[in-house]
Design a protein around this ligand. Structure first.
Ligand code: UDP
Length: 254
């Protein structure tokens, strides 16, 4: 993995130069961080599971016409993606009160929201990803009004689709975070879904028991973190054969 040029090293992933121009290789690490990097740890096998879960969900979204950066999975820990210009926003979609919303507004965790709520956060580690409004986003040119409209429309479709898909396997999609990028093709620009969708950036609760099957197990020291990620993959019917414990470099798996 060290032969290729590293483009970007973030908390849970590394982006390498891809095999063709306009492509990148997204490598999924086992590293986990929370509370703006104050808590750090490793979740064994997480990278393998997130690579597979994100592939599965991006492919399904592609099938209903959501444009994504995903091209194909290369091996246990890597996927090929289109290179996009990342819009510096985290788009959070909420269906049930939890996390920062529950805390900030004093709403009991688990309260069903009257409708899905979208929030935007400006991606900045130094500032701790502050929440911003559409006014800030357009005034500072992080995105144009039409980009925002497109991101909102895509986010709502993604939310409806994933809510149904996950409910079908007994999981409640409480909230999740998306990132979008600009893809330039034949002098045209398209907004596409980028980054990943995995238990690292979703809250997933068991429909019957309310058990948390996501990164909150790590954030809140609830234990059985690896098992929770595995359970999500198992319910989706995509647990890698032999489990997620390939710790070494890439081994091609088709
Ligand atoms: N989230 C994320 N990355 C972030 C912040 C939040 O993926 O940097 C996800 C988080 O996993 C949850 C949703 O966005 O599914 C809403 O998170 P919240 O604002 O409640 O923040 P938290 O309290 O979890 O930091």
């Amino acid at each position: 993995m060290s032969r290729r040029r590293r483009i970007y090293d973030c908390k849970a992933k590394v982006l390498f130069e891809g095999p063709e121009p306009g492509t990148l290789v997204q490598y999924f690490k086992d590293d986990a961080t929370a509370f703006n990097n104050q808590k750090k740890g490793t979740i064994t096998g997480k990278g393998v599971l997130n690579n597979r879960i994100s592939e599965y969900l991006m492919v399904k979204l592609g099938e209903i016409g959501i444009p994504t950066h995903f091209v194909r999975r290369l091996n246990m820990r890597e996927q090929l993606v289109r290179e996009v210009e990342i819009i510096p926003l985290e788009v959070v979609i909420r269906n049930v009160a939890a996390g920062s919303l529950a805390k900030r507004l004093g709403i009991a965790e688990g309260t069903q929201l009257p409708r899905s709520i979208i929030e935007y956060y400006y991606k900045s580690d130094e500032l701790g990803d502050p929440m911003v409004s559409e006014e800030h986003i357009t005034a500072f040119n992080w995105a144009m009004p039409q980009d925002l409209d497109e991101m909102l429309a895509l986010s709502l479709r993604i939310n409806d689709f994933l809510t149904g898909l996950l409910l079908g396997v007994g999981l409640r999609l409480v909230d999740f975070k998306l990132e979008f990028g600009r893809l330039y093709e034949n002098e045209e620009m398209r907004i596409v879904l980028a980054d990943e969708i995995s238990p690292d950036n979703c809250r997933l609760w068991d429909v019957k028991t309310g058990e948390k099957l996501d990164k909150d197990r790590f954030r809140r020291d609830l234990g059985n973190v690896e098992e929770a990620y595995q359970e999500v993959a198992r319910r989706l019917g995509i647990l890698p054969e032999g489990g997620p414990r390939d710790m070494k470099g890439p081994s091609t798996m088709q």
